[in-house]
Write a protein that binds this ligand. Structure first.
Ligand SMILES: [Zn+2]
Length: 446
Protein backbone atom coordinates (compact mmCIF):
# COMPACT_ATOMS: atom_id res chain seq x y z
CA UNK A 1 0.00 0.00 0.00
CA UNK A 2 1.13 3.53 -0.79
CA UNK A 3 -0.73 6.39 0.88
CA UNK A 4 -0.15 9.82 -0.66
CA UNK A 5 -1.55 12.62 1.51
CA UNK A 6 -1.58 16.40 1.91
CA UNK A 7 -1.82 16.52 -1.86
CA UNK A 8 -3.51 18.75 -4.38
CA UNK A 9 -5.11 16.20 -6.70
CA UNK A 10 -6.40 16.59 -10.25
CA UNK A 11 -8.17 13.29 -10.89
CA UNK A 12 -9.05 14.02 -14.56
CA UNK A 13 -12.21 11.93 -14.10
CA UNK A 14 -15.30 12.68 -16.22
CA UNK A 15 -16.35 15.50 -13.86
CA UNK A 16 -12.87 16.99 -13.55
CA UNK A 17 -12.90 16.34 -9.80
CA UNK A 18 -10.07 18.04 -7.91
CA UNK A 19 -9.07 18.11 -4.23
CA UNK A 20 -7.13 21.04 -2.81
CA UNK A 21 -5.98 18.85 0.09
CA UNK A 22 -6.56 15.15 -0.37
CA UNK A 23 -5.20 11.62 -0.45
CA UNK A 24 -4.71 8.76 -2.88
CA UNK A 25 -4.19 5.15 -1.81
CA UNK A 26 -2.72 2.56 -4.19
CA UNK A 27 -3.26 -1.02 -3.06
CA UNK A 28 -0.97 -4.03 -3.23
CA UNK A 29 -2.81 -5.13 -6.39
CA UNK A 30 -1.37 -2.06 -8.14
CA UNK A 31 -4.77 -0.37 -8.41
CA UNK A 32 -6.20 2.76 -6.85
CA UNK A 33 -7.97 1.82 -3.62
CA UNK A 34 -9.11 5.28 -2.52
CA UNK A 35 -9.03 8.93 -3.57
CA UNK A 36 -10.69 11.77 -1.73
CA UNK A 37 -10.42 14.90 0.41
CA UNK A 38 -8.53 15.16 3.69
CA UNK A 39 -6.53 12.40 5.31
CA UNK A 40 -7.09 8.65 5.59
CA UNK A 41 -6.38 6.16 8.36
CA UNK A 42 -5.31 3.47 5.89
CA UNK A 43 -1.93 2.06 6.80
CA UNK A 44 0.96 1.68 4.37
CA UNK A 45 3.96 3.63 3.12
CA UNK A 46 3.01 7.26 3.71
CA UNK A 47 4.11 9.96 1.28
CA UNK A 48 3.75 13.61 2.23
CA UNK A 49 2.73 15.50 -0.94
CA UNK A 50 2.70 18.98 0.57
CA UNK A 51 3.43 21.52 -2.21
CA UNK A 52 2.83 18.92 -4.90
CA UNK A 53 0.16 18.26 -7.49
CA UNK A 54 -0.87 14.64 -8.07
CA UNK A 55 -2.14 13.79 -11.56
CA UNK A 56 -2.63 10.62 -13.56
CA UNK A 57 0.63 9.52 -15.18
CA UNK A 58 1.10 11.05 -18.63
CA UNK A 59 0.57 8.80 -21.65
CA UNK A 60 2.86 9.23 -24.65
CA UNK A 61 1.02 8.31 -27.85
CA UNK A 62 3.74 8.71 -30.48
CA UNK A 63 7.48 8.13 -30.39
CA UNK A 64 10.41 6.59 -32.24
CA UNK A 65 12.79 5.70 -29.45
CA UNK A 66 15.64 4.63 -31.75
CA UNK A 67 15.92 8.25 -32.89
CA UNK A 68 17.64 9.18 -29.63
CA UNK A 69 20.79 7.94 -31.41
CA UNK A 70 20.38 10.54 -34.20
CA UNK A 71 19.44 13.72 -32.36
CA UNK A 72 20.64 17.08 -33.60
CA UNK A 73 20.86 16.21 -37.30
CA UNK A 74 19.12 17.76 -40.33
CA UNK A 75 18.10 20.63 -38.06
CA UNK A 76 16.62 22.90 -40.72
CA UNK A 77 14.80 20.46 -42.99
CA UNK A 78 11.20 19.69 -43.88
CA UNK A 79 9.94 16.21 -43.01
CA UNK A 80 10.85 14.79 -46.42
CA UNK A 81 14.29 16.45 -46.41
CA UNK A 82 14.90 15.30 -42.84
CA UNK A 83 13.83 11.73 -43.63
CA UNK A 84 15.96 11.39 -46.74
CA UNK A 85 18.98 12.65 -44.76
CA UNK A 86 18.39 10.18 -41.93
CA UNK A 87 17.15 7.01 -43.69
CA UNK A 88 20.67 5.89 -44.74
CA UNK A 89 21.91 6.29 -41.16
CA UNK A 90 18.92 4.39 -39.74
CA UNK A 91 19.70 1.60 -42.20
CA UNK A 92 22.70 0.79 -39.97
CA UNK A 93 20.70 0.35 -36.75
CA UNK A 94 21.15 -2.77 -34.66
CA UNK A 95 19.72 -4.15 -31.44
CA UNK A 96 22.47 -2.71 -29.25
CA UNK A 97 21.97 0.82 -30.62
CA UNK A 98 18.18 0.60 -30.37
CA UNK A 99 18.39 -0.76 -26.82
CA UNK A 100 20.65 2.08 -25.68
CA UNK A 101 18.53 4.73 -27.45
CA UNK A 102 15.33 3.28 -26.00
CA UNK A 103 16.79 3.22 -22.48
CA UNK A 104 17.72 6.89 -22.78
CA UNK A 105 14.41 7.90 -24.34
CA UNK A 106 12.26 6.00 -21.85
CA UNK A 107 14.32 7.11 -18.86
CA UNK A 108 13.93 10.71 -19.99
CA UNK A 109 10.18 10.20 -20.51
CA UNK A 110 9.81 8.80 -16.99
CA UNK A 111 11.60 11.85 -15.59
CA UNK A 112 9.15 14.03 -17.54
CA UNK A 113 6.06 12.48 -15.91
CA UNK A 114 5.27 9.74 -18.42
CA UNK A 115 4.13 6.39 -17.03
CA UNK A 116 2.92 4.74 -20.26
CA UNK A 117 4.59 5.12 -23.63
CA UNK A 118 4.08 3.68 -27.03
CA UNK A 119 6.89 3.30 -29.53
CA UNK A 120 6.63 3.23 -33.30
CA UNK A 121 9.54 1.20 -34.62
CA UNK A 122 9.61 0.67 -38.37
CA UNK A 123 13.29 0.15 -39.35
CA UNK A 124 14.40 -3.48 -39.25
CA UNK A 125 17.81 -3.89 -40.94
CA UNK A 126 18.30 -7.47 -42.12
CA UNK A 127 21.40 -8.10 -39.99
CA UNK A 128 20.44 -5.79 -37.12
CA UNK A 129 19.35 -8.45 -34.61
CA UNK A 130 16.11 -8.33 -32.60
CA UNK A 131 15.55 -4.59 -32.23
CA UNK A 132 12.00 -4.97 -30.88
CA UNK A 133 13.22 -7.24 -28.10
CA UNK A 134 15.96 -4.70 -27.31
CA UNK A 135 13.49 -1.87 -26.71
CA UNK A 136 11.12 -4.08 -24.72
CA UNK A 137 14.01 -4.98 -22.42
CA UNK A 138 14.85 -1.28 -22.11
CA UNK A 139 11.26 -0.50 -21.04
CA UNK A 140 11.41 -3.24 -18.42
CA UNK A 141 14.65 -1.72 -17.18
CA UNK A 142 12.99 1.65 -16.58
CA UNK A 143 9.66 0.20 -15.35
CA UNK A 144 7.28 2.01 -17.71
CA UNK A 145 4.08 0.54 -19.12
CA UNK A 146 4.93 -0.02 -22.77
CA UNK A 147 2.96 -0.19 -26.03
CA UNK A 148 5.57 -0.81 -28.73
CA UNK A 149 4.22 -1.15 -32.25
CA UNK A 150 5.64 -3.45 -34.90
CA UNK A 151 6.08 -0.96 -37.71
CA UNK A 152 7.06 -1.60 -41.31
CA UNK A 153 8.00 -0.04 -44.65
CA UNK A 154 7.78 -1.84 -48.01
CA UNK A 155 7.60 1.01 -50.55
CA UNK A 156 11.06 2.22 -51.55
CA UNK A 157 12.34 4.70 -54.12
CA UNK A 158 12.35 2.15 -56.93
CA UNK A 159 8.57 1.74 -56.47
CA UNK A 160 7.80 5.45 -56.05
CA UNK A 161 8.24 5.67 -52.26
CA UNK A 162 10.53 7.93 -50.22
CA UNK A 163 12.91 5.53 -48.38
CA UNK A 164 15.97 4.04 -50.09
CA UNK A 165 15.69 0.39 -51.17
CA UNK A 166 17.89 -1.06 -48.41
CA UNK A 167 15.77 0.14 -45.44
CA UNK A 168 12.47 -1.46 -46.48
CA UNK A 169 11.19 -5.01 -45.94
CA UNK A 170 9.41 -7.51 -48.16
CA UNK A 171 5.63 -7.17 -47.65
CA UNK A 172 4.98 -10.77 -46.63
CA UNK A 173 8.02 -10.87 -44.34
CA UNK A 174 6.88 -7.69 -42.60
CA UNK A 175 3.38 -9.09 -42.04
CA UNK A 176 4.75 -12.41 -40.74
CA UNK A 177 7.15 -10.63 -38.37
CA UNK A 178 4.30 -8.43 -37.12
CA UNK A 179 2.16 -11.45 -36.30
CA UNK A 180 5.15 -13.14 -34.63
CA UNK A 181 5.58 -10.05 -32.43
CA UNK A 182 1.93 -10.23 -31.36
CA UNK A 183 2.32 -13.95 -30.56
CA UNK A 184 5.44 -13.39 -28.54
CA UNK A 185 4.74 -10.16 -26.67
CA UNK A 186 1.12 -8.99 -26.65
CA UNK A 187 -0.64 -9.15 -23.29
CA UNK A 188 -4.38 -8.50 -23.53
CA UNK A 189 -5.00 -8.57 -19.76
CA UNK A 190 -6.38 -5.41 -18.05
CA UNK A 191 -3.17 -4.95 -16.04
CA UNK A 192 -0.90 -5.42 -19.06
CA UNK A 193 2.56 -3.84 -18.91
CA UNK A 194 3.15 -4.69 -22.58
CA UNK A 195 0.84 -4.47 -25.57
CA UNK A 196 1.69 -4.63 -29.26
CA UNK A 197 0.03 -2.66 -32.05
CA UNK A 198 0.40 -2.94 -35.83
CA UNK A 199 1.99 0.13 -37.43
CA UNK A 200 2.96 0.41 -41.11
CA UNK A 201 4.87 3.69 -41.30
CA UNK A 202 3.16 6.19 -43.66
CA UNK A 203 1.41 6.50 -47.05
CA UNK A 204 4.69 7.38 -48.75
CA UNK A 205 6.70 4.43 -47.40
CA UNK A 206 4.13 1.61 -47.38
CA UNK A 207 2.26 -0.17 -50.21
CA UNK A 208 -1.53 -0.18 -50.32
CA UNK A 209 -1.42 -3.97 -49.98
CA UNK A 210 0.51 -3.75 -46.71
CA UNK A 211 -1.93 -1.14 -45.33
CA UNK A 212 -4.92 -3.34 -46.19
CA UNK A 213 -3.42 -6.59 -44.91
CA UNK A 214 -2.03 -4.97 -41.75
CA UNK A 215 -5.56 -3.81 -40.88
CA UNK A 216 -6.93 -7.31 -41.50
CA UNK A 217 -4.17 -8.83 -39.35
CA UNK A 218 -4.73 -6.41 -36.46
CA UNK A 219 -8.48 -7.02 -36.42
CA UNK A 220 -8.07 -10.78 -36.64
CA UNK A 221 -5.73 -10.63 -33.63
CA UNK A 222 -7.61 -7.97 -31.64
CA UNK A 223 -4.76 -5.45 -31.47
CA UNK A 224 -4.70 -1.76 -32.37
CA UNK A 225 -3.53 0.04 -35.51
CA UNK A 226 -1.23 3.04 -35.76
CA UNK A 227 0.40 5.02 -38.57
CA UNK A 228 1.49 8.54 -39.55
CA UNK A 229 -1.16 10.54 -41.39
CA UNK A 230 -1.72 14.08 -42.66
CA UNK A 231 1.55 15.38 -41.22
CA UNK A 232 2.72 17.69 -44.03
CA UNK A 233 1.72 19.39 -47.29
CA UNK A 234 4.24 17.13 -49.08
CA UNK A 235 2.32 14.07 -47.88
CA UNK A 236 -0.97 15.57 -49.05
CA UNK A 237 0.56 16.20 -52.47
CA UNK A 238 1.93 12.64 -52.58
CA UNK A 239 -1.50 11.18 -51.79
CA UNK A 240 -3.30 13.33 -54.36
CA UNK A 241 -0.78 12.32 -57.03
CA UNK A 242 -0.56 8.61 -56.17
CA UNK A 243 -4.09 7.86 -55.00
CA UNK A 244 -6.15 10.80 -56.29
CA UNK A 245 -7.44 11.66 -52.81
CA UNK A 246 -6.54 13.19 -49.44
CA UNK A 247 -4.67 11.20 -46.76
CA UNK A 248 -7.86 10.63 -44.72
CA UNK A 249 -9.78 9.49 -47.80
CA UNK A 250 -6.93 7.09 -48.50
CA UNK A 251 -7.00 5.83 -44.91
CA UNK A 252 -10.72 5.17 -45.23
CA UNK A 253 -10.23 3.37 -48.54
CA UNK A 254 -7.68 0.97 -47.01
CA UNK A 255 -9.78 0.23 -43.91
CA UNK A 256 -7.88 2.50 -41.55
CA UNK A 257 -10.62 4.52 -39.85
CA UNK A 258 -12.14 3.12 -36.66
CA UNK A 259 -12.04 3.21 -32.89
CA UNK A 260 -9.15 0.71 -32.92
CA UNK A 261 -6.93 3.15 -34.88
CA UNK A 262 -4.92 6.13 -33.76
CA UNK A 263 -3.01 8.32 -36.20
CA UNK A 264 0.12 10.35 -35.56
CA UNK A 265 -0.13 14.10 -36.29
CA UNK A 266 -3.36 14.83 -38.20
CA UNK A 267 -2.10 18.35 -38.98
CA UNK A 268 -3.52 18.94 -42.45
CA UNK A 269 -7.20 18.06 -42.11
CA UNK A 270 -10.21 19.81 -43.64
CA UNK A 271 -13.62 19.93 -41.96
CA UNK A 272 -14.87 16.77 -43.65
CA UNK A 273 -11.75 14.81 -42.65
CA UNK A 274 -12.16 15.89 -39.02
CA UNK A 275 -15.83 14.90 -39.12
CA UNK A 276 -14.90 11.45 -40.48
CA UNK A 277 -12.33 10.92 -37.72
CA UNK A 278 -14.92 11.92 -35.13
CA UNK A 279 -17.69 9.78 -36.60
CA UNK A 280 -15.45 6.71 -36.71
CA UNK A 281 -13.78 7.27 -33.31
CA UNK A 282 -10.32 7.34 -34.92
CA UNK A 283 -7.74 8.81 -32.52
CA UNK A 284 -5.02 11.38 -33.16
CA UNK A 285 -1.61 11.59 -31.48
CA UNK A 286 -0.95 15.34 -31.38
CA UNK A 287 2.79 16.11 -31.47
CA UNK A 288 3.02 19.92 -31.39
CA UNK A 289 6.77 20.23 -30.68
CA UNK A 290 7.72 17.90 -33.52
CA UNK A 291 5.32 19.69 -35.87
CA UNK A 292 6.99 22.98 -34.89
CA UNK A 293 10.55 21.64 -35.19
CA UNK A 294 9.87 20.39 -38.74
CA UNK A 295 7.73 23.40 -39.61
CA UNK A 296 4.94 20.97 -40.54
CA UNK A 297 2.06 23.11 -39.31
CA UNK A 298 -0.36 23.33 -36.38
CA UNK A 299 -3.00 20.65 -35.84
CA UNK A 300 -6.64 21.79 -35.46
CA UNK A 301 -6.93 20.33 -31.98
CA UNK A 302 -9.91 22.47 -30.92
CA UNK A 303 -11.94 21.19 -33.87
CA UNK A 304 -10.72 17.61 -33.39
CA UNK A 305 -11.82 17.56 -29.75
CA UNK A 306 -15.13 19.30 -30.53
CA UNK A 307 -15.86 16.64 -33.15
CA UNK A 308 -15.33 13.85 -30.60
CA UNK A 309 -11.94 12.68 -31.85
CA UNK A 310 -9.85 11.03 -29.09
CA UNK A 311 -6.72 13.22 -28.97
CA UNK A 312 -3.58 12.26 -27.04
CA UNK A 313 -0.16 13.92 -26.86
CA UNK A 314 3.08 12.58 -28.24
CA UNK A 315 6.67 13.77 -28.13
CA UNK A 316 7.41 12.03 -31.49
CA UNK A 317 10.92 10.77 -32.18
CA UNK A 318 13.84 12.43 -30.43
CA UNK A 319 15.42 13.31 -33.78
CA UNK A 320 12.46 15.49 -34.81
CA UNK A 321 12.20 17.32 -31.50
CA UNK A 322 15.21 17.01 -29.27
CA UNK A 323 13.36 17.97 -26.04
CA UNK A 324 11.27 14.75 -25.94
CA UNK A 325 9.81 15.85 -22.60
CA UNK A 326 6.16 14.85 -22.23
CA UNK A 327 5.48 17.23 -19.33
CA UNK A 328 6.64 20.12 -21.52
CA UNK A 329 4.30 18.94 -24.28
CA UNK A 330 1.31 20.00 -22.15
CA UNK A 331 2.34 23.62 -22.52
CA UNK A 332 3.29 23.24 -26.18
CA UNK A 333 -0.18 21.78 -26.90
CA UNK A 334 -1.84 24.68 -25.11
CA UNK A 335 0.31 27.25 -26.91
CA UNK A 336 -0.29 25.63 -30.30
CA UNK A 337 -4.06 25.60 -29.79
CA UNK A 338 -3.93 29.27 -28.77
CA UNK A 339 -1.74 30.31 -31.69
CA UNK A 340 -4.43 28.90 -33.97
CA UNK A 341 -7.55 29.87 -32.06
CA UNK A 342 -6.76 32.53 -29.47
CA UNK A 343 -6.60 32.33 -25.67
CA UNK A 344 -9.94 30.55 -25.27
CA UNK A 345 -8.95 27.68 -27.57
CA UNK A 346 -7.53 25.55 -24.74
CA UNK A 347 -7.05 25.84 -20.98
CA UNK A 348 -4.64 24.09 -18.62
CA UNK A 349 -7.10 21.40 -17.59
CA UNK A 350 -7.86 20.43 -21.15
CA UNK A 351 -4.14 20.18 -21.93
CA UNK A 352 -3.75 17.88 -18.92
CA UNK A 353 -6.74 15.83 -20.10
CA UNK A 354 -5.15 15.35 -23.53
CA UNK A 355 -1.92 14.18 -21.89
CA UNK A 356 -3.70 11.64 -19.67
CA UNK A 357 -7.22 10.43 -20.59
CA UNK A 358 -6.79 11.44 -24.23
CA UNK A 359 -3.68 9.29 -24.46
CA UNK A 360 -5.34 6.37 -22.68
CA UNK A 361 -8.19 6.52 -25.21
CA UNK A 362 -5.74 6.47 -28.12
CA UNK A 363 -4.12 3.33 -26.72
CA UNK A 364 -7.45 1.70 -25.87
CA UNK A 365 -6.66 1.71 -22.14
CA UNK A 366 -9.27 4.28 -20.99
CA UNK A 367 -10.99 1.78 -18.68
CA UNK A 368 -7.78 1.22 -16.73
CA UNK A 369 -5.54 4.28 -17.24
CA UNK A 370 -5.75 8.04 -17.70
CA UNK A 371 -7.56 9.17 -14.53
CA UNK A 372 -7.30 8.76 -10.78
CA UNK A 373 -10.41 6.73 -9.90
CA UNK A 374 -10.95 3.80 -7.56
CA UNK A 375 -10.29 0.55 -9.41
CA UNK A 376 -8.05 2.05 -12.07
CA UNK A 377 -4.35 1.20 -12.31
CA UNK A 378 -2.10 3.04 -9.88
CA UNK A 379 -0.17 5.01 -12.50
CA UNK A 380 0.27 8.52 -11.15
CA UNK A 381 2.69 11.39 -10.85
CA UNK A 382 3.42 13.71 -7.97
CA UNK A 383 4.77 16.96 -9.42
CA UNK A 384 6.95 19.14 -7.19
CA UNK A 385 5.58 22.69 -7.57
CA UNK A 386 7.13 24.11 -4.44
CA UNK A 387 10.20 25.75 -5.92
CA UNK A 388 11.15 29.05 -7.54
CA UNK A 389 9.84 28.08 -10.97
CA UNK A 390 6.23 27.62 -9.83
CA UNK A 391 6.00 29.63 -6.64
CA UNK A 392 3.14 32.11 -6.59
CA UNK A 393 1.02 30.36 -9.23
CA UNK A 394 -1.69 29.34 -6.79
CA UNK A 395 -3.68 27.20 -9.22
CA UNK A 396 -1.45 24.11 -9.28
CA UNK A 397 -2.82 22.74 -12.56
CA UNK A 398 -2.02 26.09 -14.15
CA UNK A 399 1.43 26.01 -12.51
CA UNK A 400 2.11 22.59 -14.05
CA UNK A 401 0.99 23.54 -17.56
CA UNK A 402 1.93 27.24 -17.79
CA UNK A 403 5.05 27.02 -15.65
CA UNK A 404 8.44 25.51 -16.49
CA UNK A 405 8.69 21.69 -16.73
CA UNK A 406 8.20 20.46 -13.17
CA UNK A 407 10.40 17.99 -11.31
CA UNK A 408 8.74 14.63 -10.68
CA UNK A 409 8.79 13.95 -6.94
CA UNK A 410 7.26 10.50 -7.38
CA UNK A 411 5.97 8.51 -10.34
CA UNK A 412 4.15 5.22 -9.83
CA UNK A 413 3.39 2.55 -12.41
CA UNK A 414 0.93 0.03 -11.03
CA UNK A 415 1.81 1.34 -7.57
CA UNK A 416 5.55 0.73 -8.08
CA UNK A 417 7.86 3.76 -7.94
CA UNK A 418 9.78 4.43 -11.16
CA UNK A 419 10.90 7.98 -10.27
CA UNK A 420 11.57 9.37 -6.79
CA UNK A 421 12.85 12.87 -5.96
CA UNK A 422 13.60 13.53 -9.63
CA UNK A 423 15.69 10.39 -10.10
CA UNK A 424 15.04 7.08 -11.79
CA UNK A 425 14.45 4.26 -9.31
CA UNK A 426 15.34 1.27 -11.51
CA UNK A 427 18.09 2.72 -13.69
CA UNK A 428 21.02 5.09 -13.45
CA UNK A 429 20.74 8.28 -15.54
CA UNK A 430 24.51 8.56 -15.97
CA UNK A 431 24.74 4.99 -17.29
CA UNK A 432 21.90 5.62 -19.73
CA UNK A 433 23.70 8.74 -20.94
CA UNK A 434 27.01 6.95 -21.48
CA UNK A 435 25.38 4.04 -23.32
CA UNK A 436 23.33 6.35 -25.54
CA UNK A 437 26.43 8.42 -26.35
CA UNK A 438 28.32 5.28 -27.33
CA UNK A 439 25.40 4.16 -29.55
CA UNK A 440 25.22 7.58 -31.24
CA UNK A 441 28.95 7.60 -31.95
CA UNK A 442 29.02 4.05 -33.29
CA UNK A 443 26.00 4.70 -35.53
CA UNK A 444 27.41 7.97 -36.90
CA UNK A 445 30.99 6.66 -37.06
CA UNK A 446 32.29 9.61 -35.06
ZN1 LIG B 1 6.56 9.92 -36.02
Amino acid sequence: MIVIENATIATVDAHGTEYADGHVVVGDDGRIAAVGPGRTETSGRRVDARGCLVTPGLVNTHHHLYQWATRGLALDETLFGWLTTLYPIWGRLDAEIVGAAAGAGLGWLALSGCTTSMDHHYVFPRDGGDVLEAEIEAARGIGLRFHPTRGSMDLSQKDGGLPPDHVVEDTDEALAATEAAIDRWHDSSPDAMLQIAVAPCSPFSVTTRLMVEAATLARRRGVRLHTHLAETDDEEEFCRKQFGCTPVEYAERVGWLGDDVWLAHGVHLDDSAIARLGATGTGVAHCPSSNARLGAGMARVRELVDNGVPVGLGVDGAASQEVSHLGAELRQALYTARMRGGPKAMDAREALRLGTMGGARCLGRQDHLGSIEVGKLGDLVMWDLDGLGHDGIDDKVAALVFGPPARVALALVGGKPVVERGELVNADEETLTVEARRAHRRLLGV
